[in-house]
Design a protein around this ligand. Structure first.
Ligand code: GLC
Length: 764
């Protein structure tokens, strides 16, 4: 293997085609090319072994596809009607779309690695406290180096820090809990989603590298001539997703790895949390203050303090009363309870989780078979081996303790897995079902497997759609859990980062994602909190959370103005709940996210390729929050079309920047001409009273939308218990309603409100 080069496989010797698959025999190994759909091709190179045990792709996703294979000199052309792949010597790879436009080809020149530090220089830098640790992906055995065009832009990759467009940066896929302020030079955060979208001047495609080992993407940082993927171990299991436009690429990727399921309606409401509510009285006080201050709120989160000595599946009765009583009390006032569960299980004889786990052999071990110990919140702790279904079942079954006392959602944390006494050694023994393997392979899917255990547990114990939030994940975890972006801080830079981070998570399949509103670490200010609630008003997961020791950041801790603006935006969120819920419902069959970067729908418009401070909600609403301290006016880029200011009703033509006044209480928002947006009257919490009235917010022009209505809770809709309305607004302003499906009580009243009127009147 030559260092840093696409792999030396030798020449193609022969090939054979059968069904969707073509086997290509190279001099040194056999490569399989398989069409999953006409738009998705899989290239499997068994660099390590022939075992394919994907955590991201469950079951066989392939449909019958007609595949052609044709030799052309030393090259082999394998194609469907939408994608053609060309394979050549030493794993030369090139792809064209259905129109014959080239999407990519492997780079054939010499690599120009960045200068390496000498031992001496490292010492000098380290002496001043510089971080000199650098991953050395040059030596990684799995390498794919692609030629980069000037016009290429990159998106996706899950939760990586920094900006929307990943061009010229490098990233590492290794789930990492790093409490330092996440800045754009961070290589790794909590999630590993090795899915990259490459938008070219003409054409777009996705590359999904299904490999759970430590891996990296270098997107033009090393050289503007190429970008590359490298993995420390495992196989090259590459899916190429094509399509006519960027949404097609996202649809293809989520077809493969699964889509965010429709959540319960209340989970889209406001949620309040703090690591620092330390007793039942604290919880009562928060709940009462929410209602007294008229801040709609659906859930309160219980952080680690509710447990006895941070022991999972226990309850600290001394401080939180009898399990169930407080939860029932909160529920009477409309609050759902979400409790945290970490994987680290306290190593304490006599504690049932410890004893059961040891007796059944359910914890990861050292190579000598001794249960592996590290330290997390409970002190010495052990790590359940979630790759095994029996361990997942055991863990999932213990959730009955929580569901029996009325817990409505579970928050999975520290599942990178976190460890306070150094990283788990690579050789700690884990399993992938029956197969014995190690931490190096299972690290990046630890959070994924834990979320799955939690999902399956909740699914078995309740009739409702499970609500799980996880910090760590891998590609495909969106099937099991909602995500949040971990420990951000009360920094303007982190408010700014929220937009690209949630947009890229959305394009990586995670439609249900959020950041800690107000910032977790550090101290927020009234202005930062205000701008944060405005910007996050349409973030799919809508939770304010803060760390112990930081300035309390519930909205009433500040002045009247902060409280009042905060209330207005939470209420605005509750107005738009049916629109958000519709987007989730559509997303279950399209994989498209709720919160979208403009580039997703306007990829030909160069003004949006690097646009970090605006986003779309679906296709009808554009949000351009103020994310800079002291700013009271901002430039807003409006893409093609006519856009109506939500607050004034004023029409603005797109394909230009406009200036919009944005005093502290204004978050600029625009509705696209020809939109109909379903809204509800705000309530204090979902379920306070039945939603009997639907109001459609209309922007001028002929418009049509599909609206979904069900009980917002269970899986009845999968058996047909729902209504589907098709609303059409004619050019002369009449509303026509067609029931495309009817099996649920209809609204008593449906009305239309023209933009610029009533509830959205201009703010002072
Ligand atoms: C981690 C989580 C944070 C939580 C804390 C205590 O830092 O990211 O959200 O509050 O642990 O459980």
């Amino acid at each position: 293997m030559q260092e840093g080069k696409t792999m030396k496989t030798g020449k193609i010797v022969s090939f054979s085609a059968q069904g969707n698959e073509v086997q290509v025999q190279y001099e040194r190994l056999a490569v399989t090319v398989r069409a999953v759909t006409p738009d998705i091709l899989n290239v499997f190179v068994p660099c390590k072994d022939a075992v394919r045990n994907s955590k991201a792709v469950e079951g066989d996703r392939s449909v019958p596809v007609s595949v052609t294979a044709e030799q052309n000199g030393e090259k082999l052309l394998i194609g469907t009607k939408a994608l053609t792949l060309c394979l050549g010597t030493d794993l030369y790879l090139a792809a064209k779309d259905g129109k014959g436009q080239e999407l990519f080809h492997t780079y054939e020149g010499e690599r120009t690695p960045l200068p390496r530090l000498s031992e001496r220089s490292m010492k000098i830098l380290a002496a001043e406290g510089h971080d000199v640790a650098k991953f050395s992906d040059l030596e990684y055995p799995v390498q794919l180096v692609m030629a980069m065009d000037e016009g290429d832009n990159f998106y996706g990759l899950g939760d990586k820090s920094g900006f929307l467009n990943k061009k010229y940066y490098e990233y590492e896929n290794w789930n990492t809990d790093n409490p330092q302020a996440h800045t754009e030079d961070f290589h790794a955060l909590y999630k590993s989603v090795p899915f990259l979208i490459c938008a070219k001047r003409k054409g777009v495609y996705g590359l999904f590298f299904d490999n759970t080992y430590r891996s990296s993407f270098n997107l033009g940082k090393e050289s503007a001539d190429y970008f590359f993927y490298a993995a420390a171990d495992g196989n090259l299991d590459l899916y190429i997703t094509g399509g006519a436009c960027m949404p097609d690429v996202v649809k293809g990727y989520t077809y493969l790895t699964g889509r965010t399921p429709l959540p319960q309606l209340w989970t889209l409401g406001y949620q309040q949390s703090r690591w620092g509510y330390e007793s039942a009285d604290d919880m009562r006080e928060i709940a009462a203050a929410m209602r007294k201050n008229d801040i709609p709120c659906d859930a309160i989160h219980f952080d680690i303090d509710y447990m006895q000595q941070f022991k999972v599946f226990t309850w600290d009765e001394e401080n939180y009363g009898k399990p169930g009583e407080l939860i029932a009390e909160l529920a009477r006032d409309g609050f759902k309870t979400v409790t945290i569960i970490d994987p680290g299980t306290k190593e304490e004889e006599g504690y049932f989780m410890h004893d059961e786990g040891v007796e059944k052999g359910f914890f990861a071990t050292d190579t000598d078979g001794k249960v592996y110990t590290n330290v997390v919140w409970p002190g010495k702790s052990n790590y359940p081996d979630f790759g095994r279904s029996e361990v997942r079942r055991w863990w999932g079954d213990h959730h009955r303790f929580l569901t029996d006392i009325g817990v409505a959602g579970v928050w999975n944390d520290m599942n990178e897995p976190a460890s306070f006494e150094g990283e788990l050694p690579a050789d700690v023994v884990f399993h992938d079902e029956e197969r014995t393997t190690d931490h190096a392979e299972m690290h990046n899917v630890y959070g994924h497997c834990m979320s799955r255990a939690t999902f399956e547990g909740l699914r078995a114990h309740t009739d409702e759609r499970p609500f799980i939030i996880t910090r760590a994940c891998y590609a495909g975890t969106q099937k099991y859990a909602t995500v949040w972006t971990g420990d951000n801080q009360s920094l303007w830079a982190h408010l700014q980062m929220m937009i690209p981070q949630l947009c890229n998570l959305g394009m990586s399949g995670f439609a249900f994602a959020g950041t800690d509103i107000g910032g977790f670490g550090a101290d927020t200010t009234p202005e930062l909190l205000t701008r944060w609630i405005e910007a996050a008003c349409f973030a799919p997961l809508f939770r304010n959370h803060a760390a112990k020791g930081s300035k309390p950041q519930e909205p009433w801790r500040f002045d009247e103005q902060t409280l009042s603006i905060y209330r207005d935006y939470v209420k605005l969120r509750y107005r738009f709940l049916p629109y958000l819920y519709d987007l989730f419902w559509q997303g279950e069959s399209t994989g498209l996210p709720v919160m979208r970067p403009l580039v997703l729908h306007y990829e030909d418009d160069a003004n949006v390729h690097n646009l970090n401070d605006e986003f779309l909600v679906g296709t009808s609403l554009l949000v351009a929050p103020v994310v800079e301290q002291g700013k009271r006016c901002r430039a807003v880029y409006l893409p093609e079309g006519t856009w109506y200011d939500l607050w004034t009703g004023e029409a603005r033509e797109g394909r230009q920047y406009i200036l919009k006044d944005a005093p502290l209480d204004v978050c600029p928002m625009f509705v696209k001409a020809g939109s109909l947006i379903p809204t509800f009257e705000p309530v204090s919490y979902v379920g306070e009273k039945p939603y009997r009235r639907l109001e459609l917010l209309a922007a001028p022009g002929e418009a049509s939308c599909v609206h979904f209505q069900d009980n917002g809770k269970d899986y009845g809709y999968r058996e047909g218990r729902y209504n589907l309305y098709r609303f059409t607004r004619t050019a002369d302003g009449r509303l026509e309603t067609v029931m495309e499906h009817e099996n649920y009580p209809r609204y008593d009243e449906i009305s239309v409100v023209e933009i610029g009127n009533g509830a959205y009147a201009e703010k002072e």
